[in-house]
Design a binder for this molecule. Structure first.
Ligand code: HEC
Ligand code: HEC
Length: 428
């Protein structure tokens, strides 16, 4: 991939500007403006009907405008995807995929990698080179019991940089469906050739791979630079800054969220600013198997032999995908703007925050509510994961540490309070 030559802003300064710049006009570098135009350009798809914004709608925090479990794409816009579309807000802070000591950064209040990670991976020099080396340099085979995967983009962490990520949807047969790099390069050359030549030199025009690399870089710069992707403008941000108060119910929700014996949510979705003052991202970027029920609304699931195993595939095929302790694990998503989503979890099986909270509370105490019965009338728990991987499912961290017949970790009131709190995380 060609080395993009124009590199303007340091991610950390973008970050701070974003946090403090509610009403100021947005200034994007020429590269980011180019990326913005591409982000909304339907002609970059095989169908001519689909841009990034079709699935990542800026009016919906860069998540879909509809509440389908998966979106349609491909040449005739009739090929279903296999996973729920995440919001793109706050994704530029995602560190590169790595496997390292578990729980390193998952304690509530720990510094999230934030600006540092963003600078190193998605905004900085490593981002320019494509794949960044794993932060720890370790593999999952060493001391596997204490090693945990972390970071990376997509639900399975299969790419490290926003630049490389953009190639996924552009080439996917069920998304933007470009048949090959040459076809995509030709489209980019036609519409954007002159602008790219001005930023990166004329030689890239003769090198399809380099041209496509520049396009990916521009799309990444747009997501890094435009504060619309990381406005930090939720009521909870105002509360942290001492500029707003939360209602009694929201405060109760916050306490349940942080209570290690109740919600324990902050253990995986940290809610405290980092030591340097950067606001919380509500994800520790680690991976968990939570055992979400199988979703019949995903057409691929009509095949009883098909399973989405997260890190173990079908979208990932490296060495990590072959390690059985990674099967069923999906990345912990940020909870910022989650309240505005139509569907939840990697397979979109839940349709409201209330449903998600009930699952957290009652997955093990009342499994019949979530899972089907087999021919003998027994509840088939964790039905979206083959039996040999069910040992990977988290039954240790509260609220998941209850057993059938136990009292749920969360009462009805706790769940309602949590939902009220989660709604304070939506950006203006
Ligand atoms: C057909 C709908 C669709 C289109 C079009 C689409 N995406 Fe996505 N996007 C998805 C889905 C689904 C995922 C999650 C896929 C997965 O995890 O395997 C995703 C994931 C992402 C992620 C990773 C988010 C995270 O949480 O790690 C980024 C960044 C992203 N898309 C950017 C883009 C860009 C840039 C474009 C245009 C070049 C684009 N998308 C076009 C559906 C779409
Ligand atoms: C052990 C780690 C862990 C704990 C504890 C935890 N979560 Fe999660 N959370 C995850 C993971 C992993 C996912 C994604 C699972 C998947 O897609 O299969 C998730 C998904 C979610 C989602 C869906 C977001 C989306 O974009 O689809 C919400 C909402 C959520 N969690 C809220 C909470 C709340 C509230 C609590 C506390 C009651 C909590 N979580 C506790 C790890 C955790």
């Amino acid at each position: 991939m060609g080395k993009p030559s124009s590199f303007v802003l340091v991610a950390a300064s973008v970050m701070l500007a974003a946090a403090g710049a509610a009403a100021q006009p947005v200034h994007l570098s020429a590269m980011a403006e180019l990326g913005r135009d591409m982000f909304f350009d339907r002609s970059l798809s095989g169908s001519g009907a689909m841009s990034c914004a079709t699935c990542h709608d800026p009016a919906h925090h860069f998540a879909p405008a509809n509440d389908r479990a998966v979106q349609m794409g491909g040449p005739y816009m009739d090929k279903p995807g296999i996973r729920a579309v995440p919001s793109l807000t706050y994704r530029s802070f995602t560190p590169a995929f790595s496997v390292g000591p578990a729980d390193e950064a998952s304690e509530a209040g720990d510094a999230t990698p934030m600006a540092a990670a963003n600078g190193a991976v998605n905004g900085g020099p490593a981002g320019l080179l494509g794949a960044a080396p794993p932060a720890t340099g370790k593999t999952g085979t060493e001391n596997a019991a204490n090693m945990a995967p972390r970071g990376g983009l997509f639900w399975d962490g299969r790419v490290d940089t926003l630049q490389d990520q953009a190639m996924g949807p552009l080439m996917s047969p069920f998304e933007m469906d470009n048949p090959d790099i040459a076809v995509l390069a030709e489209k980019i050359r036609k519409t954007y050739g002159e602008r790219i030549a001005q930023l990166a030199g004329r030689t890239v025009l003769d090198d399809g791979e380099a041209l496509v690399g520049e396009a990916g870089f521009a799309i990444a710069r747009y997501q890094v630079e435009d504060p619309a992707f990381h406005p930090f403008s939720s009521r909870y941000d105002d509360y942290l800054a001492g500029k707003a108060t939360l209602t009694e119910q929201e405060m109760r929700g916050l306490r349940v969220y942080e209570d290690r014996n109740k919600g324990n949510c902050a253990d995986c979705h940290p809610d405290k600013p980092a030591a340097d003052g950067t606001p919380p991202l509500f994800t520790d970027f680690q991976y968990e198997a939570l055992g979400a029920p199988r979703n019949k609304d995903i057409p691929a699931n009509a095949d009883p032999h098909y399973f989405d195993l997260g890190i173990c595939g079908p979208m990932r095929a490296d060495d990590y995908a072959k390690q059985k302790e990674n099967c069923g694990l999906f990345k912990t998503p940020s909870l910022r703007n989650a309240a505005s989503r139509g569907v939840f979890f990697h397979n979109g099986v839940f349709r409201s925050l209330e449903d998600v909270m009930r699952f957290y509370a009652e997955r093990n105490t009342d499994p019949g509510r979530f899972y089907p019965k087999d021919a003998d009338g027994r509840i088939e728990g964790y039905d979206d994961l083959p039996a040999q991987y069910r040992g990977n499912i988290d039954v240790i961290d509260p609220p998941f540490n209850r057993k059938a017949g136990d009292k749920p970790a969360l009462t009805d009131q706790d769940r309602a309070d949590l939902v009220a709190f989660l709604k304070t995380l939506t950006d203006r």
